[in-house]
Design a protein around this ligand. Sequence first.
Ligand code: GCO
Ligand code: MG
Length: 402
Amino acid sequence: MKIADARVIVTCPDRNFVTLKIVTSSGVYGVGDATLNGRELAVAAYLQEHVVPALIGRDASRIEDTWQYLYRGAYWRRGPVTMSAIAAVDTALWDIKGKVAGLPVYQLLGGRSRDGVTVYGHANADTVDDVLPEIANYVDLGYRAVRVQTGIPGLASTYGVSKDRLFYEPADAALPTENTWSTAQYLDHVPEVFARVRDEFGPTLKLLHDVHHRLTPIEAARLGRSLEPYNLTWIEDPVPAELQEGFRLIRQHTTTPIAVGEVFNTIWDCQQLISEQLIDYIRATVVHAGGISHLRRIFDLANLYHVRSGSHGATDLSPVCMAAALHLDVAIPNFGLQEYMRHTEATDAVFPHGYHFADGYLHPSEEPGLGVDIDEGLAAQYPYRPAALPVNRLEDGTLHNW
Ligand code: GCO
Ligand code: MG
């Protein structure tokens, strides 16, 4: 069964997505997500110009060989653009393999390790008073875990807080919006938020918070320690993770669990974090970390060191990525949590899918393959719109991490 055609589909049903559709000589096809928020066309060009010509005529059943061919064969290893392109190919080939076998992909990964995938939703609002009903709404919907973000008094805007509720999208303008940041005000405010939230919702609801790479290790240590009374499931991305050994300092000071990895592309980005047990959850995801094949390797490494999965699932990851993530989530032994930000109706219409939410769990489709598709006709009605992620400056104008 040879690869006969591979199409790169760029569409913007409320936000931009890049999808690779691989069609085989027998007519069976598969889809893979290649979306890299704010840099979509770089991956589309990488696929179109450099990957698609090399795919035509290859044996569609040779997933591992194709992965190695694209990774080693490029000579230039790693990086978000390369790894998102490889991820799309890998995911589409797993979809094809499942369809040919007549089995959902999770069966090919060893079958179920659990009945459902526990997900967390995003509650956000400008004030603590306003975030409480948002959390209550998720509890009513059946969620067992909620990420909580609020505005910070004295700052005009911050990461994670928007007008939208279920569909937060930070890439909100053609050129980056500018935000202002104060670590001092943030560190004073966050413990007050979680004191209120714990008080209101009791001890069992899993609570999470995304720091979005804004602190230094010693600041993150202080935050983690100040949140210990409120028993968070994790603080996410407390510091940028290029310096993996920097997490040792956080670990020395706090028992608040740490989740990291949404910007990671390969196992090498987290090897030290995992093998030194500096983190508790690895948040890499299918689309940015080389597809199902490579993410499985990351999770297997993590399993050796008591690290669980907590995959990124923001709306900039398409339903194709979410479908693929769920097959891994039900199969691996060391699943932790899955982020689940709902897509808009327009996005769901372009990507018909069989996964569904019930009682706080997401369930992968039982159809052969991934159980997700792209409606190419509908996709063509939503042309690409430039949209960049924001930047962040300190109050004196210094560029900071967003
Ligand atoms: C999350 C993330 C996102 C990212 C976004 C960038 O935890 O969901 O931090 O909100 O900011 O995916 O494209
Ligand atoms: Mg995050």
